[in-house]
Design a protein. Structure first.
Length: 116
């Protein structure tokens, strides 16, 4: 049984692949002074880049957990999400309000995907 870990930091791996399934660590925009739409777009770009780099794509996402700083931002985040996700390939999804690691983070996403 092989477990592949990529981009380890000593604390965590950005990507783990096991048994045909890819797990991405929580992705944030990394940018200060962005609104929820800009942060959501940046996060989705990072997700897409990691999936592509390690053998998957957004059509193979199985599940996404979205952590949002305030539910008052939910509609704006969904506008970006809805335009990004492809019809017929929507993953299972949960969205929860959460206290973030840094004040400027408005959204974080953790993704599980099938490897192509």
């Amino acid at each position: 049984m092989t477990v592949e870990r990529y981009e380890g930091t000593g604390r965590m791996s950005r990507v783990v692949v096991h048994n045909g399934t890819m797990y991405l660590c929580g992705q944030t925009s990394g940018e200060k002074d962005q609104d929820i739409k800009a942060q959501t777009s940046a996060v989705l770009k990072k997700v897409e880049d990691l999936l592509d780099k390690y053998g998957s794509d957004k059509k193979h996402i199985l599940s996404t957990t979205i952590y949002i700083k305030e539910m008052s931002l939910f509609s704006e985040m969904n506008e970006v999400w809805d335009s990004w996700v492809e019809k017929g390939f929507e993953p299972a999804r949960a969205c929860v309000e959460a206290k973030m690691a840094r004040e400027e983070i408005l959204v974080e996403m953790s993704v599980i995907a099938a490897v192509k």
